[in-house]
Design a protein around this ligand. Structure first.
Ligand code: NIG
Ligand code: FE
Length: 408
């Protein structure tokens, strides 16, 4: 990349010119004249973007770009909003590679493996947990993820859940309380007692560090009534709900998410027609967040993104990064799988991995490249965003800006 001086590590005004193809996710900026037919708001050539401080200041025809401190030649490569990964579990210790290998020789995935990570996480120091988190945040950033949600759920005591969220809140605004991941081993014969803890003392300790409340609503974890109790308790403390729903089988998770106005129903692998209809009619409120890394790593069938999109649901793609069911931080990988195996076009998958994630986090300031948006940008070593699926497994992130600062 050719640039004039002082581009790295400092937020001043910069014009990025010679962009081969620009994904804005703002239909009004689309080269085709805008409208909902082009949700990517694609400008195929000759566009420029001006960054001023931590924001995008200007987008348009490069010949009309205003004067700036720095100039950066994108060399005809594609620029898109940084990925918004709205679902991950990065507050853990330990490794479950052996469990993965066993699955690949035929064992099924069950929620029970979560307890293995709980034991390792409880035994870890705060510094261990923080180091794991920062390692994976860095790994994700290098692949173009500029916003990362992450959850607790591997502590399952008041102390271990609260310390995990406190650590997370030092690194991201998008922190989710998932005390209701599975019933803690100490409460094996007393799930009601564990729900009372999650909705009582544990919530008291965790709510100050979190923005969201989540529950694993699934056979083997929490049923519909328990999930409702967890989510409504969180809501009464100012947290907004999101739900692990319909991952391993049919169940009440999606309907509960829609009924409570959750920001997202995540997984959505096993859906009835009524679930799809509910998500479609709640498209302005509840995003169906699809997590193909989980189906990849559990050798399960992928969610049907086409069915959801055709029905009118809002769809996001995220990694679900965790040591059990989906140990990837790679949003490009998720985009590639979604295109290859979930019926999404490259445009739809890239939109879902950027703008979709922003909607799932109820953020207007990210997931798009338009004046006023945060300058969270990904320059690809490719002429178009299509290459994210066309060239699977290839590290295509040439440069990443977060808050206007060139990070990678
Ligand atoms: O989203 N489904 C629940 N939680 C994680 C899996 C966690 C684990 O297996 O450790 C998920 O897939
Ligand atoms: Fe998850």
């Amino acid at each position: 990349m050719t640039t004039t001086a002082k581009a790295t590590g400092k937020a001043t005004s910069t014009v990025i010119t010679n962009i081969g193809s620009l994904v804005t996710n703002d239909p009004s900026l689309s080269a085709t004249g805008g409208g909902s037919r082009d949700p990517l708001g694609l400008i195929p050539g000759a566009a420029a973007v001006v960054i001023d401080g931590d924001r995008v200041a200007w987008v348009g025809d490069a010949r009309k770009a205003p004067a700036t401190d720095n100039r950066l030649d994108a060399g005809g490569r594609a620029l898109l909003p940084g990925f918004v990964d709205s679902h991950s579990h990065l507050l853990f210790a330990g490794d479950r590679g052996a469990e993965f290998a066993a699955r690949m020789s035929g064992r099924p995935y069950t929620a029970g493996g979560i307890r293995t990570t709980v034991a390792a996480t409880r035994a870890a120091t705060d510094a261990d947990i923080a180091a794991t988190l920062t390692r994976f945040l860095g790994e994700a950033l290098r692949q173009g993820t500029t916003t990362q949600e992450t959850k607790s759920g591997y502590g399952l005591t008041v102390h271990d859940e609260a310390r995990a969220l406190e650590i997370a809140a030092r690194h991201t605004d998008e922190v989710t309380y998932l005390g209701a991941h599975v019933v803690a081993p100490e409460f094996a014969g007393d799930p009601a007692g564990y729900v009372a803890l999650v909705t009582g003392a544990m919530l008291d300790a965790c709510a100050p560090h979190a923005r969201w409340v989540d529950v694993f609503c699934e056979r083997g974890a929490f049923d519909g009534d328990q999930a409702r109790a967890v989510l409504t308790a969180g809501m009464s403390r100012g947290l907004t709900p999101r739900v692990h729903a319909n991952q391993l089988g049919h169940g009440p998770g999606v309907q509960l998410a829609v009924e409570l106005g959750a920001a997202s129903a995540d997984h959505c692998t096993h859906l009835t027609d009524a679930d799809v209809d509910a998500l479609a009619s709640a498209a302005d409120t509840t995003v169906a967040t699809l997590l193909p890394g989980a189906e990849f790593s559990t050798r399960a069938r992928y969610p049907d993104a086409r069915r959801l999109l055709d029905a009118g649901a809002a769809v996001a793609l995220s990694t679900d990064c965790n040591p059990g069911s989906s140990f990837t931080t790679s949003m490009p990988f998720c985009v590639a799988v979604a295109v290859r195996d979930m019926g999404m076009t490259p445009d739809e998958a890239v939109h879902a991995a950027t703008h979709g994630g922003a909607r799932a986090l109820r953020r207007q300031d990210i997931g798009r490249i338009a004046p006023g948006a945060r300058a969270d940008l990904l320059l690809l070593d490719a002429p178009s965003h299509v290459h994210l699926a066309y060239r699977p497994g290839v590290p295509l992130a040439a440069a990443v800006w977060k808050d206007g600062v060139l990070r990678e």
